[in-house]
Design a protein around this ligand. Sequence first.
Ligand code: 5AD
Ligand code: FES
Length: 353
Amino acid sequence: MQENLAHLVDVLATRHVLPVEDYERLVVGRSPELAAYAAGRAVELRKAIYGTDVFVRGLIEISNHCKNDCRYCGVRRSNATARRYRLLPEVILSCVDEGYDLGFRTFVLQGGEDPWFTDDRLCDIVASIKAAHPDCAVTLSVGERGRASYQALFDAGADRYLLRHETATREHYELLHPAQMSFDERMRCLRDLRDIGFAVGCGFMVGSPYQTSAHLAADLKFVEEFRPQMCGIGPFVPHHATEYAQCPCGSVDLTCLLLSLLRLMQPNLLLPATTALGTLDPRGREKGILAGANVVMPNLSPTAVRGKYELYDNKICTGEESAQCRDCLGARMLSIGYQVVVDRGDPRQDQTA
Ligand code: 5AD
Ligand code: FES
C-alpha cells in the first residue's frame, strides 16, 4: 500500500474532510491493503459511537408504478414488461404491524414516483402508522415532490426521507436520466427536505454506466458538504429490460472502500449495507458492515409482490417471509460479531469526541 494513501485515510479519520483530488487519489490508488486499512479505521470510529449495534429498518415496497424513466432502473416507466402493483393503505399498515411485532421501530415506505400516492393518501398512511406506533420512525422514499408536499408529509409525522442524488456530477446525471429529469431539481428536493426538518438520506450507485473515479470523488465531496444523516450506496446491477442490460456490475470491493471512507468522513452517519451489495455477493452485507456500515434493511413487503419490485436483476430476499428475512439478517450479523437492536436507530453522538 502506498504510504501517502494510508496517510490520507488518517487525515480523513481525524479531520473528516479531504480535498476532492485526494478522494480521487484514494479511489484510483485503491488496493486490498488500502481497503483493509480504511476499514480498520472506520470500524474503530464507528465502535466508539455504535459499539457493535446494527440498526434495522423494515423496508416496505409500496408501489412499482413510476412516472420516471431513469435509464438504469427496472421499474422505469417505459419497461412494458414490468408487472405493476401498488399496496393498499391497509396492506401497508398490516406490514407495519407485523414488523412491529418482529422488533422493527423504523419503517421505510419506498416506491416509484406513483401519482396514486397523493399527499392526502400518503399523509393518512403516515399519520396512521404514527398513531398506532408512536415509538416508531417513519422514513419515506418516494422520489421527487414539491416543497409543499414534503412539508405536508413532515407535518403528518414522517421523520426521515431518502432520496439518492445518484451522482453529484451534472453531466453524469444527464447521461443516466432522460431529459425530463433535472439535476437541479434533484438538488432542490434534497435542500428542501433538509430545510423542512427531515433527517435526510442521499446516496449513489457505485459502478453505474459512464462513472469515473472523478465522479465518485465528487460524490464523496458532496456527502461531506451536504452532511446528510443517512447515505445509501450500493453497486450498480444491470436490469435485463434496460439499455444498460449488458453493462458490468459495480464492484463490491469498491463499494466497501467507499463505505469506509464515508464512515471516516462522518463517524455517526447511518450507512446501510444494501440489498444490492447482498445481491452481488452472498456475504456482501456482512462485508459492508465490516467495512463500516451500521444499518440493514430486511424486506417487510408482502411476499406476493416482492419479485415485482425489480430495480435490477437477481434481487435477493424475494421469496422469504418477513420473519425469515429478519432472522436471516440477524443471524448474519451475529456471525460477524454484531447484533441487530430493537431501536428507532437515530444517529448517536460520539461520546469520546
Ligand atoms: N442497480 C443498482 N441500484 C439501482 N437503483 C435503481 N436501479 C438500480 C440498479 N440497476 C437504486 C437507485 C435508486 C434506488 C431506489 O435504487 O439508486 O435511488
Ligand atoms: Fe432477506 Fe436473508 S436477509 S432473506
